[in-house]
Design a protein around this ligand. Structure first.
Ligand code: CP
Length: 315
């Protein structure tokens, strides 16, 4: 079990399967009183310097379902507006007695920096840092894929092909998924227009393409669509909306040509009718709402692992 969760790049297959199996167990047993008492006495701080719906609320729910006390910090309404630094903000919260920090920031490397700063001995969980990583999203995605293909225990994703398409370059979800899915043995193809192609990815095994239709013709088992992260780049660099929709939207025609067992994922938030047509997002292949459901259990597993490890190591 790991205390901090910063990245999937360094996560072993054993660690990943341990967390996913724990998340699956949480899903089966979440109503039980013993689960609701697992983190009684613990305190989880959700610290969000960037907006969120799914991640923030599912971490809050996950912590509450484990019996922890939860505090929610967001920049708006805080003393950050008076000039308080990131370090002073985190040290102030830490002084109140925190067992796990769930940190979202628009700064790549923020979670790593918090651990390295020594400001806290609490578990640090990266809830999305700039364009870098979003490890709990990748875990809940892998959990959802495994669940759909009825893989259990030590079964990994070998033999499955995952096609990720969209703004790969600015996507922390793409990065965390590319690392984790490859570690779990899946074949990963990354598809993006030239403007959204990543400069480099650590994992050399990932295939890159700019031709969505050719990539779909290889009959991937999973098609994961990604949002254009328009808040992270100069709009002048964006391909035209018409070209993007023509080349990269998962529309009904493209989705209906997929094999019957193929599934569609999207981490959200979706920009409907841009990267994905509503009929596909709400269609039979879509497991987008299942991803959200599984997010609560994946985060229960990560919080349980982090807080118990912190108590074992540091108390
Ligand atoms: N998928 C995801 O991180 O969504 P939020 O930004 O709403 O948390």
């Amino acid at each position: 079990m790991t205390k901090n969760l910063i990245s999937t790049a360094t996560m072993s297959k054993r660690e990943a399967l341990q967390l996913i199996n724990l998340a699956e167990a949480m899903k089966v047993r979440s109503g039980e009183q013993s689960i609701r008492a697992l983190l009684t006495g613990g305190t989880v701080a959700n610290v969000f310097f960037e907006d969120s719906t799914r991640t923030r609320i599912s971490f809050e729910l996950a912590a509450k379902r484990l019996g922890a006390d939860v505090l929610n910090f967001s920049t708006k309404g805080s003393s950050v507006s008076k000039g308080e630094t990131f370090g002073d903000t985190m040290a102030t919260l830490d002084a109140m007695g925190i067992d796990a920090f769930v940190l979202r920031s628009s700064q790549s490397g923020a979670a790593d920096e918090l651990v390295a700063s020594g400001l806290t001995q609490a578990a640090v969980i990266n809830a999305g840092d700039g364009t870098n990583e979003h490890p709990t999203q990748a875990l809940l995605d892998a959990m959802t894929i495994r669940e759909h293909f009825q893989l259990v225990d030590d079964q990994d994703l070998a033999g499955l092909h995952v096609l990720m398409t969209g703004d790969i370059k600015h996507s922390r979800v793409a990065r965390s998924n590319a690392f984790l899915l490859a570690t779990l043995g899946a074949k990963v193809t990354l598809c993006a227009p030239r403007e959204f192609m990543p400069d480099s990815f650590k994992n050399e095994e990932n295939q890159l393409t700019s031709n969505f239709d050719e990539a779909l013709a290889t009959k991937p088992d999973v098609v994961m669509m990604l949002r254009v992260q328009s808040e992270r780049f100069d709009q002048a660099l964006m391909p035209s909306t018409t070209e993007y929709i023509a080349g990269y939207q998962l529309n009904t025609e493209r989705a209906s040509a997929l094999p019957s067992q193929s599934i569609v994922l999207h981490p959200g938030p979706m920009i409907r009718e841009l990267e994905i047509a509503s009929a596909v997002a709400d269609g039979q292949r879509s497991l987008i709402r299942r991803q959200v459901t599984n997010g609560v259990f994946a985060r229960m597993a990560v919080l349980y692992s982090g807080v118990t490890e912190r108590m074992t190591v540091d108390v």
